[in-house]
Design a binder for this molecule. Structure first.
Ligand SMILES: *[C@@H]1O[C@H](CO)[C@@H](O)[C@H](O)[C@H]1NC(C)=O
Ligand SMILES: *[C@@H]1O[C@H](CO)[C@@H](O)[C@H](O)[C@H]1NC(C)=O
Ligand SMILES: *[C@@H]1O[C@H](CO)[C@@H](O)[C@H](O)[C@H]1NC(C)=O
Ligand SMILES: *[C@@H]1O[C@H](CO)[C@@H](O)[C@H](O)[C@H]1NC(C)=O
Ligand SMILES: *[C@@H]1O[C@H](CO)[C@@H](O)[C@H](O)[C@H]1NC(C)=O
Ligand SMILES: *[C@@H]1O[C@H](CO)[C@@H](O)[C@H](O)[C@H]1NC(C)=O
Ligand SMILES: *[C@@H]1O[C@H](CO)[C@@H](O)[C@H](O)[C@H]1NC(C)=O
Ligand SMILES: *[C@@H]1O[C@H](CO)[C@@H](O)[C@H](O)[C@H]1NC(C)=O
Ligand SMILES: *[C@@H]1O[C@H](CO)[C@@H](O)[C@H](O)[C@H]1NC(C)=O
Ligand SMILES: *[C@@H]1O[C@H](CO)[C@@H](O)[C@H](O)[C@H]1NC(C)=O
Length: 506
């Protein structure tokens, strides 16, 4: 008996070793016939103008097909990656090129119908169909019976209609992304409570205006770490809501109809990121943020905080890296609270009515990479602002925008210490005086230099070779002439140059 056990154990061992060594080289587990047929049926119902699925042909190993991933021991299809990866063409590309690229991009989207044959893929854990164009198709009900799914991404794919409630049967799901389609939910999000493993939920751009229980339901998901509900027609709930601290770290409620910063947010003790942009929030910036000391990202842009709003409620956020307060109606004196936000890397205060800035509060922001103060009415000497920003010899500042203010005096030579600067915009201020080569001595990374409509003079030595290669230089209304600026010939990367009205005559 004992001998038999040992010998059959040995036999099993031989099989195991065979499988492992077989897999060790080129692991060629062939796909399972019924699954190949299911995939071929699925392909038949798709519209694939650019022939992305040309490798999907009868007789071939489906584990080798584009976007198909099999379990390398069992051969079962475990993942389907059919999202369109190529991103939208860059809108800044030249027109003709852009048209062609856009056409290619649109044609490479899959469309058509989604054949229920996918149910045959019993071991499918990952289904990605994002960024395609299913032409207003409803999300197929049968997806709710694909019980082994852990990841489901149907975002940006032009699905329309009601969200099927049986998706709530997918109790293994960790990621559910249905964002950026034209979906709606006209009763309740109760079905979501079935998704007890969910870590990530994105229903952005679905109309949830009638699903008033969205908060109670999502607050009960024990593992939820990210909730994206941008543009979902969410209003402030007039009744007091009690919310428990959960593992929620990222909350995106941008582009909704909130008229107040909801106070329940302050009970979510694990939050790291809050996006409340574009909501029409009115009133003061609440003090409740003071207790959210682990917050790293806070965007409150495009709301209308009252003129008496101060930033004092934010002064404890010493982990905060991103603060967005663009176009929120801030007035008057630049708040001292900013000085305590020493972890800030991005600060956007553009489009407000700020008049006074106290440069010393910028001095402690030694990690700052992007500072946008454009479109305010700031009256100050530019030199003091730049000197405060260059106080740290290894300044990490990359982006500085003070367009459209009332800054005066001249650019200081300490500008040359901002050796990481890539984007500098000081257009439409009241700067005057002489600029020298020294101002640019360390600006080797400068790519966008915009300074039009100031009264500055720049007449470097004709043999000066700039240390940078800009893509854009705008010096309209400067005093550059009468000689044509020789240094421009060394700019090998220019796509935009404005030196009009610069007194150049030769
Ligand atoms: C088989 O799959 C496992 C888990 O996905 C992976 O770690 C391993 O490298 C794969 N082996 C081969 C030979 O592809
Ligand atoms: C879903 O796909 C979109 C588009 O490809 C992507 O931006 C998004 O991050 C994906 N969602 C998840 C949860 O991975
Ligand atoms: C799946 O969900 C639907 C709707 O929520 C429900 O009626 C049905 O009983 C569920 N099916 C299974 C197998 O759990
Ligand atoms: C908060 O937690 C308490 C105790 O765990 C529980 O009784 C209550 O239902 C929870 N509230 C919400 C809104 O989940
Ligand atoms: C901050 O938290 C403390 C203790 O939990 C609480 O007493 C206080 O009211 C909170 N402050 C704000 C502004 O919410
Ligand atoms: C602006 O605020 C700072 C700090 O609160 C203060 O020292 C300064 O006097 C104020 N400036 C004006 C013009 O009100
Ligand atoms: C900034 O922090 C210091 C020390 O932590 C504190 O004394 C001061 O009150 C804070 N400033 C503001 C405006 O809250
Ligand atoms: C800049 O403007 C301020 C406020 O109008 C003024 O006090 C200061 O003298 C000006 N500086 C220069 C150099 O013109
Ligand atoms: C340029 O950088 C070097 C090295 O960091 C420094 O010594 C020099 O002072 C800088 N030049 C200017 C004009 O800031
Ligand atoms: C020119 O611009 C391109 C694209 O922005 C960049 O990759 C390249 O490094 C630049 N060349 C130089 C010489 O700066």
């Amino acid at each position: 008996m004992r001998a038999v056990t040992i010998s059959s154990f040995g036999f099993l061992l031989v099989i195991a070793v065979t499988i492992i060594s077989f897999c060790d080289g080129n692991c060629n587990v062939l796909c399972i016939e019924s699954e190949r047929q299911a995939l071929l049926k699925f392909k038949q119902d798709l519209i694939d103008q650019s022939n992305r699925l040309s490798s999907w042909v009868e007789g071939e190993d489906c584990c080798e097909w584009l976007g198909v991933f099999c379990n390398n021991l069992t051969g079962h299809v475990k993942e389907l990656h059919l999202g369109l990866l190529s991103s939208r063409p860059d809108v800044h590309a030249p027109h003709a090129e852009w048209d062609v690229e856009w056409d290619v991009y649109i044609r490479s989207k899959l469309g058509g119908k989604i054949n229920p044959s996918l149910i045959e893929l019993k071991h499918l854990s990952f289904l990605e169909l994002s960024n395609n164009d299913f032409g207003g198709l409803a999300i197929p009900e049968f997806i709710g019976s694909m019980k082994s799914l852990i990841y489901l991404n149907l975002s940006w794919a032009n699905f329309q209609g009601a969200i099927p409630h049986n998706l709530g049967n997918l109790s293994k799901l960790h990621y559910l992304d249905l964002g950026h389609n034209s979906l709606f939910e006209d009763k309740t999000l109760q079905w979501v409570s079935g998704l007890s493993s969910l870590q990530y939920l994105d229903l952005s751009h679905a109309d949830l205006g009638k699903a008033t229980d969205w908060l109670q339901i999502t607050n009960k998901l024990p593992l939820l770490a990210e909730l994206h509900l941008s543009g979902c027609y969410l209003y402030n709930d007039p009744s007091p809501i009690s919310v428990n601290c959960t593992s929620l770290a990222v909350l995106d409620l941008s582009a909704n109809k909130l008229s107040l910063v909801p106070t329940w947010i302050f009970s979510l003790c694990s939050l790291v990121s809050i996006d409340l942009t574009l909501n029409g929030v009115e009133g003061v910036i609440p003090n409740g943020f003071q207790n959210m000391s682990s917050l790293k990202f806070l965007d409150l842009s495009w709301n209308s905080f009252s003129s008496s709003s101060t930033l004092n409620g934010l002064s404890n956020l010493n982990q905060l890296q991103f603060l967005g307060l663009r176009s929120v109606g801030l007035q008057g004196n630049f708040s001292s609270a900013i000085g305590n936000l020493s972890s800030l890397t991005h600060l956007d205060l553009s489009g407000n009515l700020l008049e006074i800035i106290v440069p010393k509060y910028l001095e402690s922001l030694c990690n700052l990479r992007e500072l946008d103060l454009s479109n305010n009415g700031i009256v100050h000497e530019v030199s003091e602002i730049i000197e405060s920003l260059s106080r740290w010899k290894l300044s990490s500042l990359k982006f500085l925008d003070v367009l459209n203010n009332r800054l005066n005096a001249t650019l200081p030579q300490s500008l040359g210490q901002l050796g990481n600067l890539e984007h500098l915009d000081v257009c439409n201020n009241m700067l005057e005086g002489h600029i020298s080569e020294m101002h640019f001595s360390n600006l080797t990374r400068l790519r966008f230099f915009r300074a039009s409509n100031n009264m500055l003079t720049f007449k470097p030595n004709p043999s000066w070779i700039p240390p940078f290669h800009c893509e854009s230089i705008e010096l309209r209304n400067w005093h550059l002439g009468p000689q044509f600026p020789q240094w421009l010939q060394f700019q090998k990367n220019l796509s935009r140059l404005d030196i009009s009205h610069a007194e150049i005559s030769i």
